[in-house]
Design a protein around this ligand. Structure first.
Ligand SMILES: NC(=O)c1ccc[n+]([C@@H]2O[C@H](COP(=O)([O-])OP(=O)(O)OC[C@H]3O[C@@H](n4cnc5c(N)ncnc54)[C@H](OP(=O)(O)O)[C@@H]3O)[C@@H](O)[C@H]2O)c1
Length: 316
């Protein structure tokens, strides 16, 4: 392992999903970590409780040779005018997602490297895997190589963080693939499909609790199989009836019209129109987003979940 990090203080700005895991894993790896959090927030209290020196964002940024920017992507441009002047001219920056490198115009320190180390897992999985002595895959990219050794910095950060194997990519590729994955499958596509399948059964008079158990609750078991064995391996573990339904009905659910929409989603990511739309919503205080999330949380499938998993009510 190279030792570009051993003698340097690392500031982790943001102590949420990724930040808390990065701070703990890097400290376990023997590095000196300070945390940046807003004063009086939940992150500040959690960070102090875990024993990290905790300062406000500019305070932590000014103390470090390497600064990991682990704030929400829509928040970073808002706090950057306070953080950027605090950075040393040679401070290196680590991003966990390329969003602001592609869609924002942040000014960076004159002489520092800017790299991307993106774990392909939520922070709590990154931390739990590390505690079990396991790693999660990740992406590495270099945005600015001022030192001539930015790839080494990214690789060492990833190694100490517990990311392996790592896939070397570009900032743009990581950004576009990540956004597409969450919109097409992991969040948008999946949540939309689960909700539509639940509603279809309930509309036809089936018990909401059973619709929930069948179409939503059981997903975890199939996802675990996919994770462990891949698509072909998972298909090898289902019944012949399920497999026949998969190959004959799956293409009707994901039809040519669906594929056209997938291509449209990707176009909107690549031409920046998704980012502009999101920036507009952020500019309006995320009012629509909050209202939409509240509406979704009140969907009857949540009550069906409670009844199916907690009440255990028997039908006559
Ligand atoms: N989530 C993932 O699984 C994942 C995976 C790979 C990469 N990433 C990337 O990792 C980065 C961090 O994402 P995340 O999901 O970890 O973020 P997150 O959990 O949403 O971050 C929350 C943190 O940001 C702080 N924060 C929020 N608003 C703030 C403000 N206005 N001023 C100061 N601090 C503020 C919170 O502090 P308080 O407690 O005080 O509110 C908390 O420490 C992003 O670039 C993201 O794309 C995320």
């Amino acid at each position: 392992m190279t030792t570009r990090l051993a003698e340097r203080t690392i500031a982790v700005l943001g102590f949420g999903n990724q930040g808390e895991a990065h701070a703990q894993n890097l400290r376990d790896a023997g590095l000196e970590v300070v945390v940046g959090a807003r004063v009086g927030g939940g992150a500040e209290a959690r960070s102090r409780a875990l024993g990290f020196p905790t300062l406000d964002l500019p305070g932590a940024a000014s103390r470090a040779a390497v600064v990991a920017l682990l704030l929400p992507d829509e928040v970073l441009p808002l706090v950057w005018p306070a953080v950027a002047p605090a950075l040393a001219p040679e401070a290196a920056l680590v991003f966990a997602h390329g969003y602001n490198l592609v869609y924002s115009t942040l000014g960076f320190p004159e002489r520092g490297d800017v790299v991307l180390v993106s774990p392909a897992a939520p922070g709590r999985v990154l931390r739990a895997s590390h505690e079990r002595g396991e790693t999660v895959p990740g992406y590495l990219a270099v945005h600015l190589d001022r030192s001539g050794a930015a790839w080494d910095l990214a690789a060492e950060y990833a190694e100490r963080l517990g990311c392996a194997p790592v896939w070397r990519t570009t900032v743009r590729e990581e950004t576009e693939v990540d956004l597409f994955g969450e919109q097409a499958v992991l969040c948008g596509g999946l949540n939309g499909l689960l909700t539509a399948a639940f509603e279809t059964l309930v509309e036809k008079g089936y018990a909401p609790e059973m619709a929930y158990l069948e179409c939503i609750h059981q997903l975890k078991y199939l996802a675990d199989l996919l994770h462990e064995r891949g698509l072909a391996g998972a298909r090898g573990s289902i019944s012949a009836t399920a497999l026949f339904g998969d190959f004959t009905r799956g293409p009707r659910v994901v039809s040519e019209a669906t594929r056209a929409e997938l291509r449209a989603l990707l176009d909107e990511i690549r031409d920046g129109s998704f980012a502009r739309e999101w920036a507009g919503e952020v500019g309006k205080g995320k009012v629509w987003l909050r209202a939409r999330a509240e509406q979704a949380a009140a969907h009857p499938l949540e009550e069906a979940r409670r009844r199916a998993l907690e009440a255990g009510e028997e039908r006559p």
